[in-house]
Design a protein around this ligand. Structure first.
Ligand code: FAD
Length: 318
């Protein structure tokens, strides 16, 4: 039986939904799944994690309690747990936290790492990732006895696989490293995190100014969606950079992506290509986005979006 480690991300006392797709990616007939939890609340996540097939929840902490956020200390503690449980394969999310932790863990172990995977085959030790702005999917082969995979959020659909999970406390001793966190400032993010969102409505240069994004926000509130932006909208100061979707922004994979006044450049597409359904609203019938979307509306977003929001309110009774 192969033991597979999964780095779990939590937020406000809950397991982030996107972790469940990572658990599914790690699953296999002969796999024993170990979920590494860093906030000292392992037992609180037992019900949700065992629903997706996690067998062991490893609650990593020091004798003083949970380890305050420090990627160097966290990576050291996870490496300690991997060695203790004899785990050679680790999966996590390619989130901001994952991008900080997984390379440190890989470097600490001397293990190969592939980030932003949209598929993995643990037996064959291969990962699929999209490259060249989404033009090709590359299958990457990992060599050596250990492998670390960062999975793109929402790229793998979670599949329930109920079992009984055991919570195992794993005390570690952290040593003062070279990295000192002097403070953590939370970004003012939307109610729904862009990379986690199941529904996204994004605006481009055509939004004209920052205030007009309220049209998209109103629609997003009804849908339970996050609001994104193209780089042109960000460069023009209509939206902050943490809302940017694309090659130099965030990579998203929602069930539904609605692009409003976005032309559909390859750089924008690179960040949202793996969305389930893509809808475009654009006044120009020749806009490249119409070649790439599932549904297209040729029209003025300032008319279409409020009309859509009104319809949604009626249909959903909100
Ligand atoms: C190295 C590099 C990295 C990049 N990274 C990114 C990235 O991460 N993300 C990204 O988005 N871009 C990125 N870009 C920029 C990219 O090439 C495009 O310039 C950008 O995506 C265009 O943004 P846009 O679609 O909002 O603007 P435009 O291309 O100007 O398109 C605006 C669209 O709005 C339509 N429109 C106008 N008025 C209305 C209306 N009232 N209603 C409906 N439609 C309307 C127009 O027909 C047009 O199609 C990058 C570029 C480079 C070179």
């Amino acid at each position: 039986m192969e033991k597979i480690g999964i780095l779990i991300e939590t937020k406000d006392g809950e397991v982030k939904k996107t972790n469940f797709g990572v658990v599914t990616a790690a699953s296999g007939q002969d796999h024993e799944l170990y979920a590494f939890v860093m906030d000292g609340n392992g037992s609180a996540y037992q019900a949700s994690l065992q629903e997706y097939g996690v067998h062991k929840i490893v609650d990593i902490s020091t004798d003083k309690g949970s380890i305050p956020w420090n990627p160097e200390a966290w990576a050291g503690a996870i490496i300690h747990a991997m060695r203790h449980f004899d785990i050679n394969t680790l999966l996590g999310l390619t989130s901001s936290q994952g991008r900080d932790l997984l390379p440190r863990i890989a470097a600490g172990l001397g293990a190969p790492l592939v980030l932003d995977c949209i598929g993995v085959n643990i037996e064959k030790r291969t990962a699929i990732k999209s490259q060249f702005s989404g033009k090709v999917n590359a299958t990457v082969k990992l060599n050596g006895s250990q492998s670390i995979y960062g999975i793109r959020a929402n790229a793998i659909a979670p599949a329930p696989a109920p079992c009984d999970a055991e919570v195992i406390p794993h005390p570690v001793v952290t040593e003062a490293g070279q990295l000192v966190i002097s403070g953590v400032k939370k970004a003012e993010i939307e109610k729904v995190d862009l990379t986690e969102a199941e529904y996204i409505i994004s605006g481009g240069r055509a939004m004209e100014d920052a205030l007009n994004f309220s049209i998209l926000k109103e629609c997003a509130d009804i849908l339970g969606a996050a609001v994104g932006a193209s780089r042109s909208a960000v460069d023009a100061g209509f939206a902050p950079h943490d809302m940017q979707v694309g090659q130099t922004g965030k990579t998203v994979s929602p069930k539904l992506y609605i692009a409003c006044g976005i032309s559909g450049s390859i750089q924008h597409f690179a960040g949202m290509k793996t969305s389930g359904t893509i809808v475009a609203v654009n006044t120009d019938p020749g806009a490249p986005i119409f070649e790439k979307c599932d549904y297209g509306v040729v029209g003025d977003l300032f008319e279409i979006v409020p009309m859509f929001t009104k319809q949604l309110k009626e249909v959903l009774g909100k």
